[in-house]
Design a protein around this ligand. Structure first.
Ligand SMILES: C[S@@+](CC[C@H](N)C(=O)[O-])C[C@H]1O[C@@H](n2cnc3c(N)ncnc32)[C@H](O)[C@@H]1O
Length: 295
């Protein structure tokens, strides 16, 4: 791609066409985000400076970024950031990139939080970059969050994001295989347990788009043979931590709702099961209320 002596407007137009030809759907937006990252300008600033020539070093950095993108590397890894609701999260290749539909999980928890009172105690299982945990800490003023992950790299990143957002005092990080290292004596009577666990059936991972199968960590995707392994374990163990009347909230994969509802019903401790849809109209979130049968 020859870009010598071109200005921002020309370069954006050429890159838009090039990315589009390579099958990248949001080509114009991605061209702007990548050029903004290289020049240190916001997207608005790019528009205000449409006729500014692009310096040689910027062109060469931009070419490298475009080539990574065309080879399937996710935009977020190239720029190192992902906006999520009201916060900006640092991302890196070893940690799952938060998705827009997960913002709706936070939305659902905000709805739930309005039915509860006092300081909310919440566990986020499989926190990754901290997207859910940190958004909740940011948006629910009177809350205390336990952010759990099996991956030390994910927890380090989530901690760094918490520090950048001034939320370290509200979020406690635990390295654990689901509930294994969460001390029941210390963490009990929890109001909400939320999880966006790995939910892709193992044999389908190879069919996912390149951005996911080659650039997301496998342990963030692999939900076992039928994709439901983590839901089974979380449903089984969450009753040890939830208070009666507390909520279990899951992000779920396409086509999994009926089987997860069955798991909740078979457990006999969950009621008021509710499904919510994502932006594409797919069933994406399940919530249920825990009832302690001994009370
Ligand atoms: C799909 S990602 C979700 C990340 C984040 N909650 C989000 O929504 O962007 C699943 C996360 O679960 C974590 N994970 C996988 N197996 C786990 C386990 N056994 N115990 C705790 N976390 C686990 C992965 O490391 C990954 O960060």
């Amino acid at each position: 791609m020859e870009t010598r002596s071109f200005c921002i407007k020309d370069i954006l137009k050429m890159t838009d066409e090039y990315l589009n030809k390579k099958g990248i759907s949001n080509s114009r937006l991605e061209a702007e985000v990548l050029l903004g990252n290289v020049t240190g300008m916001s997207r608005v600033e790019l528009y205000v400076n449409f006729d500014r020539p692009v310096a040689d070093e910027e062109k060469s950095a931009y070419r490298k970024a475009i080539s990574k993108r065309v080879n399937g590397e996710p935009l977020q890894h190239i720029v190192g950031l992902q906006p999520f609701r009201h916060i900006n999260l640092k991302v890196k290749p070893e940690v799952f990139i938060p998705r827009p539909e997960t913002e709706l999980v936070v939305e659902r928890i905000l709805e739930i939080s309005r039915q509860l009172s006092g300081r909310l105690k919440i566990i986020d299982i499989g926190t990754g970059s901290g997207a859910i945990a940190l958004s909740l800490a940011y948006e629910i003023l009177d809350s205390y969050i336990y952010a759990v992950d099996i991956s030390e790299t994910a927890l380090d990143l989530a901690r760094e994001n918490a520090l950048n957002l001034g939320l370290l005092g509200k979020v406690f990080f635990i390295k654990s295989d689901l509930f294994e290292n969460i001390d029941k004596e210390v963490v009990s009577q929890v109001d909400i347990i939320v999880a966006n666990p790995p939910y892709i059936p193992t044999n389908l991972i190879e069919n996912l788009q390149i951005e996911v199968k080659d650039f997301e960590p496998k342990e963030a995707l692999d939900g076992g043979k039928d994709g439901l392994g983590f839901y089974r374990r979380i449903i089984r163990d969450s009753s040890e931590y939830l208070k009666s009347g507390g909520f279990l909230v899951f992000e779920i994969g396409d086509g999994q709702s009926e089987r997860i509802i069955k798991l909740l019903k078979d457990n006999n401790c969950f009621e008021k099961i509710q499904l919510s849809k994502d932006y594409a109209g797919k069933e994406r979130i399940i919530s249920a209320v825990y009832r302690n049968q001994q009370l």
